[in-house]
Design a protein around this ligand. Structure first.
Ligand SMILES: [Cu+2]
Length: 319
């Protein structure tokens, strides 16, 4: 696997990591720069006209008309038309199909987390995970976006503009990460109480590291390697966590919550809510409703501390 962890980048439109985002950044800079120039020009004119008035020089009606027509109609029309033509020409065309060689990823939004599905090219099996997406750098990625409940919006500013996830249909977004790094994304369509805690992280890494990651994610959960984690797995089943969660190789019927087969390998828990550091998995399970009020998972505050510790140890071992 990759050695040093990749640095997490700013979640900013102005630090693009791929072509689609670069176009958004360019347009933003042109608009900011152009607006600043026009603002300075208008302020200059204001000062000039105030000076003239102070000097007692009355404007002729004809010259007023000229300024109104030129500055109020002709100038904005020319500027806006030029912007329209320029930005339309640069907007990527609508694609009905993924380009050849693209990686295909399915993303389904839930209140308030993201399900991510990829196909493992080695086995042809579908791999399901949550709230984190790894991408090979330099390869086009075709995202199929949908929702299981309300309208959400996928927005990773370093990769591309926003795209809505609408129940009952699939929208597509073509992205490509050209630089390695960890890019934060955020639901960009207000979707209820925990909308603000509906983030996802995109890890762009060289193709070899991506292949290793995907192969690891495709494997079922490893058998518990210690008595503590073996007990943790028993607690998971006894608590019926598997009513909502799948852990491949252990219990596969749960579909209401994130797939936990490799939850120990994730950077964050609860869609960007907690950094996945030691102890945080048990903390999340015992205090879900305190950490993310309204989340579609009950707090398990009735588990005794020994069982909770074992459960946490087992979940952490699911790398
Ligand atoms: Cu949302």
């Amino acid at each position: 696997m990759s050695s040093a962890p990749l640095p997490e980048q700013l979640q900013s439109v102005l630090s693009p990591a791929g072509q689609a985002a670069q176009q958004v950044a360019d347009l933003s800079w042109i608009l900011i720069g152009g607006a600043a120039l026009i603002f300075i020009g208008v302020m200059g004119l204001l000062v000039w006209s105030l000076r003239q008035r102070a000097a007692g020089q009355a404007h002729r009606v004809a010259s007023k008309r000229l300024w109104l027509l030129g500055g109020g109609v002709v100038f904005p029309a020319v500027v806006l038309l030029a912007l329209l033509v320029w930005s339309t020409a640069r907007t990527p065309g609508w694609l009905a199909q993924p380009p050849p060689g693209a990686l295909i990823v399915g993303i389904t939004a839930y209140l308030w987390w993201w399900e991510v599905r990829l196909r493992d090219s080695a086995t042809g099996r579908e791999v399901t995970l949550a709230n984190e997406l790894h991408l090979p750098t330099g390869r086009p990625v075709w995202l199929g976006l949908s929702s299981r409940d309300v309208i959400h919006s996928f927005w990773v500013p370093a990769l591309a503009g926003k795209m809505d996830l609408v129940p009952g249909r699939t929208n597509h977004l073509l992205v490509q990460a050209d630089q390695s790094g960890v890019y934060r994304g955020q639901c960009a369509e207000f979707c209820g109480e925990q909308h603000a805690r509906m983030a996802l992280h995109v890890v762009a890494e060289p193709p070899a590291a991506f292949d290793a990651w995907l192969a690891a994610q495709a494997r079922p959960a490893e058998a518990p390697s210690s008595a503590l984690s073996a007990r943790g797995q028993q607690v998971f089943l006894a608590q019926r966590c598997n009513a909502c969660h799948t852990v491949r190789g252990v219990a596969e019927e749960g579909r209401l919550g994130p797939d936990l087969t490799h939850v120990g390998s994730r950077l964050y828990l609860g869609a960007g809510t907690l950094a996945n550091q030691p102890g945080q998995l048990a903390y999340w399970v015992a205090h879900t409703q305190g950490i993310k009020p309204g989340a579609r998972m009950p707090s398990s505050n009735d588990i005794d501390s020994g069982s909770l510790q074992a459960l946490g140890a087992w979940l952490e071992s699911l790398k």
